[in-house]
Design a protein around this ligand. Structure first.
Ligand SMILES: [Zn+2]
Ligand SMILES: [Zn+2]
Length: 239
């Protein structure tokens, strides 16, 4: 009976692609249409085992990228689901700047299609990269928290937006060089609940990783507060 009712509802109101709004065909899986899906490039091996950067070649061993050969990161490893382009970029843009908070769930639904690289269940806690209170007021929500909660619900790991805060305002990073970005975020995050992170394996969540300076600074603070290990997961990697 339930199946018949659902069938009728789908007939009258066919499910729509969460990203572009066209009606989905019966055999489309998830909440995304084939057209939107085609524009998403999921990260797949070979990748840099440290920062997760996917290499353009299709085959070969994982190996350290040029940046990770030279630099010491605070986080253990970073992984992104896909590249910051196509539908992935458009949807993240709408989520952040278009107020489309509902997109967090279908974006996290894409985890099913990505390369399986994270054992979420092995983490004690998911921690989203926080927004400064002024930015939070402007936007109305923290997209990283929405993503973290969606990942947490899916994977059965708790997610909290109350352990890490953005204590100091930092200028938008978009036109800054990697070195300038590092200086810009230095000391701008603070752990407000040390008890919650002490001895814990933490997975830090954000929407996009660009140079890695923001997530690295968050990892530094969490480790300073006693976290045992901090890894990074972002939906997208800007290259
Ligand atoms: Zn679509
Ligand atoms: Zn790397």
């Amino acid at each position: 009976m339930e199946g018949i009712v659902k069938g009728l509802i789908d007939l009258i109101f066919p499910p729509l692609c969460a990203f572009c709004g066209i009606p989905l065909a019966e055999d489309d899986e998830g909440e995304i249409c084939p057209g939107c899906l085609r524009t998403i490039r999921f990260a797949s091996p070979p990748i840099c085992p440290k920062c997760g950067l996917p290499f353009p070649m299709e085959a070969g061993e994982d190996h350290f990228c040029g940046v990770c050969i030279q630099r010491q990161w605070h986080f253990g490893s970073a992984r992104a689901l896909g590249l910051y382009e196509g539908t992935m970029r458009d949807a993240i843009h709408l989520l952040k700047y278009g107020g489309k908070a509902f997109l967090a769930k279908p974006l996290v639904g894409l985890l099913d299609r990505g390369y399986p690289f994270i054992d979420y269940g092995s983490y004690d806690l998911l921690v989203p990269v926080p927004l400064h209170p002024k930015r939070l007021r402007e936007r109305g929500f923290n997209q990283a928290l929405l993503l973290g909660r969606a990942v947490g619900r899916r994977e059965g790991v708790s997610c909290t937006g109350f352990v890490l805060k953005k204590a100091r305002w930092s200028a938008p990073q978009i036109h800054l060089s990697p070195k300038e970005r590092e200086a810009n975020v230095k000391g701008s995050f603070a752990v407000v609940d040390r008890g919650r992170v002490r001895g814990k394996r933490v997975l830090l969540i954000d929407d996009v990783m660009t140079t890695g300076s923001t997530v690295n600074e968050c990892a530094r603070e969490l480790l300073k507060a006693g976290a045992k290990e901090v890894d990074i997961f972002t939906l997208a990697r800007a290259v």
